[in-house]
Ligand binder design. Structure first.
Ligand code: CAO
Length: 421
């Protein structure tokens, strides 16, 4: 079966997570992704939090599947010549170095576009956008969660800002970049020209915090945020979107409710998220044995429930002492109530459905001595199968790629002697 990006060649000058997540996804879609790494070192994550002494870490292997790896010192004359040849032969270059690093290397967008390959799409992730007051700053994941508004709006009102366990700064920026690259590829069909695609981590986070910017405006316009528990608890809202604990973010109130294991202390993840969807109110009342609330004007509208949501959730929670989260989910689903279990990482790792769907996959690695778990594409296609291939060893494909560029064995030996590989 063919792949969407068959024949598309990508120079992958990415490291850590934001860039690698993007190029791995493009690799899942069939692109030939050639990861360019510093000789002797490679992507710094190869050595981060190793689980096996001396072997590539899970950080590296889980973000660099479906790629080839070459070592190349792009600051040496040979390295520069090889990178030029790669650029002339490629469709896309992706990088997430610190601001200005590509320019300092001698490969500015202007030079690439005007001198080397006008069809090439150059895609970058930076912490802040070009033109932003902080454009020159380096940024890691949690810094972006702070700069993009996620941290200030996550956590409880009486605690500090919190970062998420999901990589809103890194992988999310990589996914935004992936969308931009695919749009630029399509535009190139029409114009024949490449373009620069840029994603700022701050903006990728902000894009996911859109609802919180909505709340900022509602707060300024009305002074109220009815789905937050502040009113019920008598806590002042302040002048900026507050941390809402587990309050529902969209338009439907919701809360995290303890199930059996959390009640008796046997399972810290035995919780469900339970939603008071307005148009499911009648069914909710039936399910929770409060049929009188269907018609009670103290309860039967969103406005009436506004000052007693936490009390309603506490009541529902009291019904869940003898059911685990999966039983509660089924119990709620029988009445079409949006409710779901808090899945632990252990459960997700072994989840039969995710294994069957090939979302969680085991990949054989030639140097780690066995298989590792990774996540395949969460996007499924009717006309393309996604095969996850293991991450490459450092420089595993250097000779192969150089030969494709026309270098002979003798050339490669000479260039290796010059410490460019
Ligand atoms: N050959 C020669 N030099 C190479 C090379 C190669 N193959 N690969 C990297 N280098 C050089 C770079 O050119 C750069 O050199 P200069 O500083 O002299 O220009 C240097 O290695 C290190 O690059 P860096 O500054 O990007 O790396 P860092 O570890 O200091 O910073 C990070 C890491 C992530 C903070 C920074 O790259 C950054 O802010 N990137 C943009 C935002 C981003 O993507 N952050 C998220 C990463 S995932 O959490």
């Amino acid at each position: 079966m063919t792949k969407a990006l068959d024949g598309i060649k990508i120079i992958d000058m990415t490291h850590v997570q934001a860039g690698p997540a993007c190029t791995q996804m493009l690799g899942f879609f069939g692109a030939d992704v050639i990861k360019v790494e510093l000789p002797g070192a490679g992507d710094v994550t190869r050595g981060w939090l190793r689980d096996i002494e001396g072997k590539d870490s899970l950080y590296f292997t889980m973000f660099n599947g479906n790629k080839r790896s070459i070592t190349l010192n792009t600051k040496t004359p040979d390295g520069k010549e090889i990178l030029e040849k790669l650029i002339k032969s490629a469709d896309i270059l992706v990088e997430n170095f610190a601001p200005g690093a590509m320019d300092r290397m001698g490969f500015s967008w202007e030079r690439i576009h005007n001198e080397l390959n006008p069809r090439l799409i150059m895609a970058s992730v930076k912490g802040y956008a070009e033109g932003h007051a902080n454009e020159s700053y380096k940024v890691f994941e949690n810094v972006a969660q702070c700069s993009g508004g996620a941290a200030a709006t996550t956590g409880f009102w009486d605690g500090p800002p919190l970062v998420s366990g999901a990589a809103l700064g890194d992988s999310n920026s990589g996914m935004h970049l992936c969308i931009g690259i695919l749009a630029a590829l399509q535009q190139r069909h029409n114009t024949g020209k490449g373009q620069k695609v840029a994603v700022a981590m701050q903006e990728a986070v902000l894009n996911l915090a859109r609802i919180k910017l909505r709340d900022q405006q509602r707060l300024e316009l009305t002074g109220r945020l009815d789905e937050y528990p502040h009113g019920e608890l008598g806590i002042p809202l302040g002048d900026s979107t507050p941390r809402g604990g587990n309050a529902g973010g969209g338009g439907q109130p919701g809360w995290m409710l303890k199930c059996k294991g959390a009640w008796d202390g046997s399972d810290p993840d035995d919780y469900v998220y339970f939603t008071l969807q307005a148009n499911a109110w009648d069914k909710i009342c039936t399910r929770i044995n409060k049929p009188e609330w269907v018609t009670d004007p103290e309860y039967n509208t969103f406005e009436a429930r506004r000052d007693k949501q936490l009390k309603i959730f506490a009541y529902v929670e009291s019904l869940l002492k003898n059911m685990d989260k999966h039983e509660v989910t089924k119990w709620a689903a029988e009445y079409d109530i949006p409710c779901g279990p808090v899945m632990s990482m252990k459960e997700l790792a072994y989840d039969p459905s995710l294994r069957k769907l090939k979302t969680i996959v085991e990949v054989e690695h030639k140097d780690r001595g066995g298989k590792y778990l990774t996540i395949s594409s969460p996007i499924k296609f009717s006309g393309m199968d996604i095969d996850v291939r293991p991450a490459p060893l450092l420089g595993e494909h250097t000779d192969e790629v150089l030969k494709e560029l026309g270098y002979s064995d003798a050339d490669i030996t000479r260039i290796r002697g010059n410490k460019a590989l």
